[in-house]
Design a protein around this ligand. Structure first.
Ligand SMILES: Nc1nc2c(ncn2[C@@H]2O[C@H](COP(=O)(O)OP(=O)(O)OP(=O)(O)O)[C@@H](O)[C@H]2O)c(=O)[nH]1
Ligand SMILES: [Mg+2]
Length: 201
């Protein structure tokens, strides 16, 4: 008698792996976001914020912050059995931005995290991805104590193109971060499909 393959005996699906960047200004919660969803112990490159850096490191709003990312964060999340995301968190401080080019190599898309108390800090990240035609969405990290603004007002303040999604999120919350990441993947896929169509027509 020949036995069919049982459900358990199914060969494992080889997952598609996608690279997603998590970018934004200093202290917006990039490291927190990667840590909140990663199913492996996230790789971090944190260094202590020092007294010497005080004049340049603006910690207003995140006074509890003791460390900063100097190279990258790395984490992994399985969104579906056949879809795995590799997350690369960028350093927020301007003096480490030379890492961004390296990190964005081969990225499908990006999340630009924003803090409404310091929206201007994410202008540079928005600009960076626009210039390179890397699809991104803006995730507004809702810190406690920060005023809530209508999404439309934030879009205008950031001068976002109509096609760029904007979502509210909590970088500490796994489900919220997952939703944001699903948003980026969907947006980036749609963006690529659009581009392919433009090329072939
Ligand atoms: N209340 C609140 N605090 C948060 C949230 N996300 C991050 N924090 C806190 O804000 C601080 C900054 O978080 P990080 O994740 O280190 O920020 P980052 O963007 O990686 O910072 P750099 O790498 O230095 O640019 C930390 O003290 C976090 O505990 C949030 O959603 N709500
Ligand atoms: Mg960080």
């Amino acid at each position: 008698m020949i036995f069919g393959r049982s459900e358990r005996g199914k060969p494992p699906v080889e997952p598609v792996t996608l690279k997603i960047l998590v970018a934004g200004g200093f202290g917006v919660g990039k490291t927190t976001l990667v840590g909140a969803v990663s199913e492996i112990r996230p790789l971090r490159t944190e260094e202590l914020l020092t007294e010497a850096g005080r004049p340049v490191d603006d910690t207003s709003g995140v006074e509890g912050k003791r460390t900063t990312t100097v190279a990258m964060d790395f984490g992994r999340i399985t969104l579906r059995e056949d879809l795995v995301l590799y997350l690369f968190g960028t350093p927020g401080q301007e003096r480490f931005w030379f890492m961004w080019d390296e990190l964005s190599e081969g990225a499908l898309g990006a999340v630009v995290l924003a803090d409404t108390r310091r929206l201007e800090d994410c202008f540079a990240a928005v600009d960076y991805f626009e210039r390179r035609s890397i699809p991104f969405l803006v995730g507004v990290n809702c810190f406690e104590g920060a005023s809530r603004y209508p999404a439309e007002d934030i879009r205008q303040a950031l001068d976002l193109d109509d096609g760029v999604p904007l979502l509210l999120c909590d970088a500490r919350d796994r489900e919220s971060v997952k939703e944001t990441l699903i948003g980026v993947v969907q947006h980036a896929m749609a963006y690529q499909a659009d581009r392919r169509q433009t090329v072939t027509t």
